[in-house]
Design a binder for this molecule. Structure first.
Ligand SMILES: [Zn+2]
Length: 144
């Protein structure tokens, strides 16, 4: 398990055994939210704040095999919550709060959304990982 060969060399027959995810969906999603590899839970998805690590330093999982694979998950998990948060605060609280309190509420919401951006992106990586384990592609090598 520690000597996982990255990226291939295995034949089409007798390749890695994959009969569904080895990790439960909940565990993978929590790991993604915590910005950890959804497969092993050890390697970081991001270096520093939100610089994409691309490959797990522990198990070798390639987080996004093809650029843009997490696009749909990013839209669902990131852009829609950001827009919903701003709309809810602005339209729901806007009529009740004065301009200064509304500005303060918007600032807090935007700061929270920015602060948790890598967590939501990590969730997108976890969702992609689950998709890859549930509907495996023979060309896509996942670590054992
Ligand atoms: Zn890993």
């Amino acid at each position: 398990m520690d000597d996982f060969a990255r990226g291939g060399g295995e034949g089409a027959v007798g390749g890695p055994q994959r009969s569904g995810p080895q990790v439960s969906a909940g565990t993978a999603l929590i790991r993604g939210l915590m910005k950890r590899c959804p497969h092993c839970g050890i390697g970081p998805i991001y270096v520093r704040w939100a610089h994409d690590a691309r490959v797990c330093s522990h198990c070798g999982l390639v987080y996004e095999p093809t650029e843009g694979d997490t696009w749909a998950f990013t839209i669902i998990g990131d852009r829609i919550p950001v827009a919903a948060g701003i709309v809810i605060v602005y339209f729901e609280l806007g009529s009740r709060l004065g301009p200064l309190a509304l500005f303060a509420a918007m600032t807090v919401v935007i700061a929270l959304l920015v602060w948790t951006t890598p967590n939501r992106w990590g969730l997108g990586v976890a969702l992609l990982y689950l998709q890859r384990t549930w509907w495996p592609d023979p060309l896509d090598k996942l670590p054992k």
